[in-house]
Design a protein around this ligand. Structure first.
Ligand code: ATP
Ligand code: MG
Length: 196
């Protein structure tokens, strides 16, 4: 059996709730089927999309992730701002921004390398950390695109708070018409720094 899996950083519930509050108006203005919004408590930071993984490979991945994570100290992300990929003329992904310390990039590269050693194709695009909150329907009209642009321009998302990162997680994703359902599979803790 194969599990559609990915490695991600979890967002604190408080941040997810702040995202929900600051985008409620936007979600009302751009309802389905124009945009598929991610359930607030599913919002996460993807580090590595693995695709279909066998149970045996999941064990290897979990082990490799544990060993890699132990070598990276925890850090904190600053969450805030709103944007769209690739741009407002071709809207695809609506996101909330992340300001990350250099440690984030180092952790990302370590995980990429660990996954590559197990045969998972490295990502070719540069890592640009963001939180996907909505995906724009790709059969939209020019009028729809205009509507999306206007709604985004009217919405300001300031700094929402800090997200401490002390672990990375493996999830499986079950694609469903109502939205993908994520199930937590494994946690790998980052290096614990003594408080003293
Ligand atoms: P849905 O596909 O139903 O819109 P989803 O994209 O959240 O929902 P998945 O496609 O299973 O669910 O993706 C799980 C995670 O992996 C998400 O964070 C998604 O953005 C990311 N992801 C999915 N496919 C890729 C890919 N080809 N490259 C990079 N990241 C991906
Ligand atoms: Mg997807």
């Amino acid at each position: 059996m194969l599990l559609r899996s990915f490695i991600a950083i979890q967002m604190p519930t408080a941040i997810q709730d702040e995202i929900e509050k600051s985008t409620a108006h936007l979600k009302k203005a751009l309802a389905r089927p124009l945009v598929r919004w991610i359930h607030p408590h599913n919002v996460h930071l993807t580090l590595k999309f693995l695709g279909d993984v066998s149970a045996a490979n999941l064990e290897l991945l979990a082990h490799a992730l544990k060993r890699e994570s132990e070598q990276h100290a925890g850090f904190s992300l600053s969450i805030g701002g709103l944007g769209i990929f690739p741009n407002s003329r071709r809207p695809r992904v609506i996101w909330i921004g992340i300001e990350a310390p250099a440690a984030m990039q180092t952790l990302y590269r370590g995980i990429e390398a660990a996954a590559a050693r197990l045969g998972y194709a490295p990502e070719t695009r540069p890592f640009s950390p963001h939180l996907t909150i909505g995906r724009v329907n790709q059969n939209v009209s020019m009028a729809d695109i205009q509507k999306i642009r206007a709604a985004l321009e009217e919405t300001t998302v300031g700094t929402l708070g800090a997200a401490p990162v002390d672990a990375v997680h493996i999830y499986k994703s079950d694609l469903q018409p109502g939205g993908s359902v994520y199930t937590h599979l494994y946690t790998a803790a980052l290096k614990i720094i003594s408080e003293r």
